[in-house]
Write a protein that binds this ligand. Structure first.
Ligand code: 15L
Length: 268
């Protein structure tokens, strides 16, 4: 059996670095693509390193060759100018999906964000939590690009039968930083579990799933996670004593918090 080959775009970023060790398997090769050169392979590490922009059609096409699944993390991770968001996040995602289609890659996992639905009122989460497929209500151009990413994923599923899972990730950091993170944290180990579930769940079709840990203060339905076999274990509450208060103001009324009041299109 040839090893499974997974392309990870944006592999040198924060989440990419977390997944690099956590998705390593003896029968798996991780092909790591980033605009910044990914760190050199460690001893015995089964990785292939590629340095290119996500908007480079030829390089991304080559990166998709012989791949069983793609984890797409590349792109701006915060607010930026309209032009930059359109180019890197929207065109970059289309470039990736198009290359995956041409290469016959059957499954793509897209890193969306809670900011695709940043204007969900926190008070509306209720007992059941926000549903995984809550309609987009982005809070920034960045959030818009994540909603556009989800829509592109839906298009490529409907047209070409590609399995596409969009993960609406909360705050994926080593530890929760502020009070808000106690609701939306995705721990590094749970991120590993989440992406592994996305790689292994049979025939997911197109779906949108919240990417969070099993936080006591969670605002999200666990249904989508359960359906793909993601069983989070970490709880931000264990770090509650260490977090700093939220930034002052009314931002906490909405899921996207401070993103809902950032000046639109100003690099954050
Ligand atoms: C995101 O989507 C960002 O990529 C990340 O930098 C955090 O800001 C996170 O959301 C968040 O909501 O805290």
């Amino acid at each position: 059996m040839p090893p499974q080959r997974i392309l990870v775009t944006g592999a040198a970023g924060l989440v990419g670095a977390m997944l690099r060790t956590r998705l390593a398997r003896p029968d798996r090769v991780l092909r790591l693509l980033d605009i910044q050169p990914p760190a050199a392979a460690g001893p015995g590490e089964r990785v292939e390193l590629r340095t290119a922009a996500i908007t480079d059609p030829e390089a991304v096409q080559q990166a998709c060759d012989g791949v069983d699944a793609v984890i797409h993390l590349a792109g701006r991770s915060r607010e930026h100018t309209w032009e930059e968001i359109l180019s890197t996040n929207v065109d970059g995602t289309r470039n990736l999906l198009e290359a995956a289609r041409k290469a016959g890659v059957p499954r793509v996992i897209l890193a969306s964000s809670n900011h695709a639905t940043g204007f969900l009122p926190v008070a509306g989460a209720g007992e059941a939590g926000f549903p995984d497929d809550a309609p987009p209500c982005p809070d920034t151009y960045y959030g818009f690009s994540k909603a556009a990413m989800e829509a592109l994923g839906s298009l490529y599923h409907s047209r070409f039968g590609m399995d596409v899972i969009c993960l609406r990730i909360g705050a994926c950091t080593a530890r929760p930083n502020d009070e808000r993170d106690l609701s939306i944290w995705l721990s590094p180990d749970d991120a590993g579990r989440l992406f592994e579930a996305c790689l292994t769940t049979p025939s997911p079709g197109f779906r949108v799933v919240w990417g969070v840990s099993r936080n006591t203060r969670r605002l999200f339905s666990p249904n989508g996670a359960e359906q793909i076999g993601y069983h989070p274990r970490d709880d931000a509450e264990e770090h509650a004593a260490e977090v700093v208060p939220n930034r002052p103001g009314a931002e906490r009324d909405y899921l996207g918090a401070s993103f809902t009041t950032l000046p639109l299109g100003e690099p954050d």
